[in-house]
Design a protein around this ligand. Sequence first.
Ligand SMILES: NC(=O)c1ccc[n+]([C@@H]2O[C@H](COP(=O)([O-])OP(=O)(O)OC[C@H]3O[C@@H](n4cnc5c(N)ncnc54)[C@H](O)[C@@H]3O)[C@@H](O)[C@H]2O)c1
Length: 326
Amino acid sequence: MSKIILPTSFEGKTLFVAGAAGFVPSTLCQFYLDLGAKVIGVDNFITGSHSNIEILAKYKNFEFHEMNIYQKLPHLSSTKIDYIYSLASPASPIDFEQIPIEIMRVNSEGTLKLLELTREKGARFLEASTSEVYGDPEIHPQEEDYVGHVNPIGPRSCYDEAKRFAEALTMSFHRRYKVDTRIVRIFNTYGPRMRANDGRVIPNFITQALQNKDITIYGDGSQTRSFCYVTDLVQAMHTVMMSNDPTPFNIGNPDEYTIKKCAEEIIKVLASKSKLAFLPLPKDDPKKRRPSILKLQKISDFKPQVIFDDGIKITAEYFKKELLKH
Ligand SMILES: NC(=O)c1ccc[n+]([C@@H]2O[C@H](COP(=O)([O-])OP(=O)(O)OC[C@H]3O[C@@H](n4cnc5c(N)ncnc54)[C@H](O)[C@@H]3O)[C@@H](O)[C@H]2O)c1
């Protein structure tokens, strides 16, 4: 099978990115702006940050609209759009507790609006789904044809089931209206521009380590995760967007760490004096999480480039500056 050849320039192309002020989406916007594309970003700042938009606003080809995508989208009747990225969704465990209805609405009503826009424009659409669609998996590592083990009424279900709905809606538009769609299932990603207090493992551990505070581990730390540095993830998303396969692709970094090992590594890399502190494991916390990315690697040369220690150092630099601001 011949592998995808990625274009080196996006001059003349226009992208619409929902969730542009967020961690992954703002990094993706910058990637395409650097390739010469025009990028139209939309965000309501529910979890995104103004400082990310300030970085993007330095590019003359960036246009921004502050709005809630499940209520409305900008008027773009005379604008040609080539690619639409559906990335607007809160994604961290604290959000599941605090804004579950907003999460369900953006992934259902918001995704519907984006798919309708895609159909109207004859564009190509990519849905940013998640490894959470596998729930607490019974097989390991997870391949794309595994249908998952999700609790539909558990505390994470607002996110897991909303993303499963978004995938189903995407495939329905593809099957019913022949809309050109792609789906990625993103595994844990980290890097600069994450929120320091968003409850995800890496920001928690780094900010605790930088302050020499106890590193809080839920459970005994034997549960595993695989962490992908954000620029590698963006490269994988771009590769899937450029493919011609509408079925889901796992994207992430298959290097697997126990949570305890991850904490110990962060303490070592940052020369921190933090100690480990163990707390009870929350309900429905997945025990194992590692992507199989063989499907993507069959059609492309994708390989994560940033090793964990390097990614942690760069991310810690970002959090150091953030801590100084507050
Ligand atoms: N970061 C990860 O590890 C990870 C893992 C799996 C999936 N994802 C998916 O990738 C996407 C980006 O995640 P992230 O980690 O960068 O999160 P993020 O919260 O930093 O970014 C999401 C952005 O969407 C915006 N948004 C949310 N609801 C909106 C609405 N109704 N209207 C307009 N904007 C809205 C937020 O304000 C935010 O800027 C999400 O769809 C998420 O589910 C991320």
